[in-house]
Ligand binder design. Structure first.
Ligand code: AMP
Length: 398
């Protein structure tokens, strides 16, 4: 079902409560924002609403504060940063998200102005397990505005008050970023141009089992890397030395390979590896084929695997990538992960990078602009790829 877009709403002269994901990384020492991507990606929605004469009340979370008012989790600095990104626009900050002080500030807000509310997670009602508590809290938030819009794709997998309950109370719409994320992922899952190649890596099979199961049905070729590859190899009795293996998931890994064969999907595992004698760049390092000898652990896919995976990616018409191919945080084990980014940059088809560590790795290559889409969601993207309905999206479709 189509998401109601904020572009369809008549917002002129109205107050719009906009849920955004300003959960940006903050440098602990300086308090500065170390990466403002999430703010920047929300600017099109903010600008559209302001240009159409709305007054905007922005609500977001920042981290997981344990006590209310902890300055390390305040959105005050984010509000100042936003003002710098919007020259000529007035951005106010409300130290309270609900109650009289917030209501007074919201009432005074003029069309074209912005009020940023304090971190919504300073209020335990936001994430309460009790739906009634969340709903009552959302009612207080909704007093500030006449229309609700959600652009917080990164938080769409949560049924929190400011995401789920607010959408039930006010006329509600999807922001441009949320809609774009969903449109792209939906196309990928329902009607991808083929061949559709999914590149899946990362530390653990256990966290990606559901994604792998779902992608087996949708993709044509799955390229596996990262430590999870060793659980798959071990399940087929290939020696993997001291590599990270999830022993409890060997039988599930075995079954996924079987299922891929049954569905006639290509399910490729690394054929060579960069291995180290310990989890360090200073360790003894070498490249080995197939089996990993005792005393060594797999840290990255090897050159042959890089060539094979890259050739497949370049010819694909759709590529989805989630999870690094190796311990890319250490330079000596980053070649595999960076090679995926480079191959995707050369691919003429649709290329989507699905959140989390892959996005961080991609940023290091400077190739983001070569991708069709780089998702702003980590958990939300994964849950979508697992085939789950995201509460923040489902509620807007009602
Ligand atoms: P995930 O959050 O599951 O996508 O996993 C990302 C993490 O997996 C990164 O921090 C990588 O360093 C780690 N990783 C990737 N390959 C390996 C490997 N061969 N051994 C240990 N950790 C790995």
């Amino acid at each position: 079902m189509a998401l109601p877009s904020i572009e369809q709403a008549d917002v002129s002269g109205k107050k719009v409560l906009l849920r955004v994901d300003f959960n940006v990384p903050i440098d602990k020492n300086t308090g500065a924002i170390s990466d403002d991507t999430r703010i920047v990606k929300t600017l099109p929605t903010i600008e559209l609403l302001l240009n159409r004469g709305a007054a905007l009340i922005l609500v977001s979370h920042l981290g997981r504060p344990e006590k209310k008012g902890d300055p390390a989790f305040s959105l005050r600095g984010v509000a100042s940063h936003l003002e710098k990104l919007l020259p000529g626009r007035k951005v106010y900050f409300s130290p309270e998200a609900i109650g009289q002080p917030a209501e007074e500030l919201a009432a005074r807000l003029l069309p074209g102005e912005i009020l940023v509310l304090e971190n919504i997670r300073f209020y335990e009602e936001e994430t309460s397990k009790d739906e009634k508590v969340r709903h009552e809290f959302a009612k207080k938030l909704c007093k500030l505005a006449e229309i609700y819009a959600d652009d917080a794709f990164g938080a769409a997998h949560r049924a929190h008050a400011s995401i789920y309950e607010c959408a039930k109370i006010l006329p509600s719409y999807a922001g441009l970023l949320l809609k774009k994320e969903i449109d792209i992922l939906e196309k990928l899952m329902l009607d991808p141009a083929r061949p559709f190649v999914a590149v899946i890596g990362g530390a653990k099979v256990s966290t990606k089992l559901a994604v792998l199961e779902n992608l087996l049905a949708k993709a044509d070729i799955l390229l596996i890397g990262g430590a999870m590859a060793y659980t798959f190899l071990k399940s087929r009795l290939v020696e993997v030395g001291n590599s990270l293996v999830e022993k409890d998931y060997l039988s599930q890994a075995f079954q996924i390979i079987d299922k891929a064969a049954f569905l006639k999907k290509e399910f490729l595992l690394p054929e060579d590896h960069v291995v180290a004698s310990e989890f360090s760049e200073k360790a003894k390092i070498k490249t080995v084929k197939k089996a990993i000898p005792e005393g060594f652990m797999g840290m990255d896919i090897g050159p042959k695997t890089i060539d094979r995976y890259s050739a497949i990616i370049k010819k694909a018409r759709t590529v989805l990538w989630n999870g690094p191919m190796g311990v890319f945080e250490m330079k000596k084990f980053s070649a595999g992960t960076f090679a995926i980014a480079k191959a995707m940059a050369k691919c003429k088809g649709v290329t989507v990078v699905g959140g989390g560590d892959s996005v961080a790795a991609l940023a290091q290559t400077g190739l983001e602009h070569k991708m069709t889409h780089v998702s702003t969601g980590g958990g939300a993207t994964l849950e979508y790829l697992e085939g789950k309905k995201l509460p923040g999206v489902a509620v807007l479709e009602r």
